[in-house]
Ligand binder design. Structure first.
Ligand SMILES: C[S@@+](CC[C@H](N)C(=O)[O-])C[C@H]1O[C@@H](n2cnc3c(N)ncnc32)[C@H](O)[C@@H]1O
Length: 196
């Protein structure tokens, strides 16, 4: 069976989750996210492209109201199986089309979601996230920076990040990520972009 090459399609991801070929999966909560949760007041958080969703537990245990979404059925199944009762927080759906109901979230958190999407979809990503966040709330993310090798992933560079987010968000914080997978080492940054 040949693999799908279009990462905007669930099939691309389904094949990888079904075969256990998920080299991006950290299998734990990133340290930078734990630090963020530790210094933040609980609120509502949306996790787009959550995959197996380790972060859901961390937010829920700290009292956050968590909504996570992924459009790959095997990813959602794996997340729900692992999460048990917390699996109710995981929606099977397309982040770009799903009706989340009334606006808005206090935080959108993501890791390796933007870089999974081809750059020709990135303006839709920004517009969608901006619509889902109230003014002054945060896009908190672990973004991949650097040179594009064999996409996906599609990494950012400073100029593309500013072009993408700069008109709707201000960069409030950047920290190095010290617990990256070998695949991403030296290229991940914890960033907090505040909705204008
Ligand atoms: C590289 S994986 C990252 C998964 C997870 N964030 C992690 O850190 O392990 C990208 C994820 O985004 C999901 N995805 C891609 N496009 C999506 C969309 N339009 N709506 C919902 N999920 C999407 C894929 O199914 C996949 O699980």
């Amino acid at each position: 069976m040949s693999e799908s090459t279009d990462s905007t399609r669930p099939e691309f991801w389904n094949e990888r989750y079904e075969r256990g070929r998920t080299p991006w999966d950290l299998h734990r909560v990133p340290a930078a996210l734990m630090a963020f949760i530790g210094r933040s007041s609980a609120g509502s958080v949306l996790i787009p492209g959550c995959g197996t969703g380790y972060e859901i537990e961390a937010f829920a245990q700290a009292g956050w109201e968590v909504t996570a979404i992924d459009f790959s059925p095997p990813a959602v199944e794996q997340a729900r199986t692992r999460l048990g009762a917390l699996g109710r927080h995981v929606i099977l759906g397309d982040f770009f089309n799903y009706d989340f109901g009334s606006c808005c979230f206090d935080v959108v958190y993501e890791r390796t979601f933007l870089c999974a999407l081809p750059p020709n979809t990135w303006t839709d990503y920004t517009a969608r996230i901006a619509r889902l966040l109230r003014p002054s709330s945060l896009l908190a993310d672990i973004f991949l920076y650097g040179e594009e090798d064999e996409p996906p992933p599609y990494p950012l560079v400073e100029s593309s990040a500013t072009a993408l987010l700069g008109s709707l968000f201000t960069l409030a914080r950047t920290d190095p990520v010290n617990d990256s997978l070998p695949l991403f080492v030296g290229r991940e940054r914890w960033q907090e972009w505040r909705r204008i």
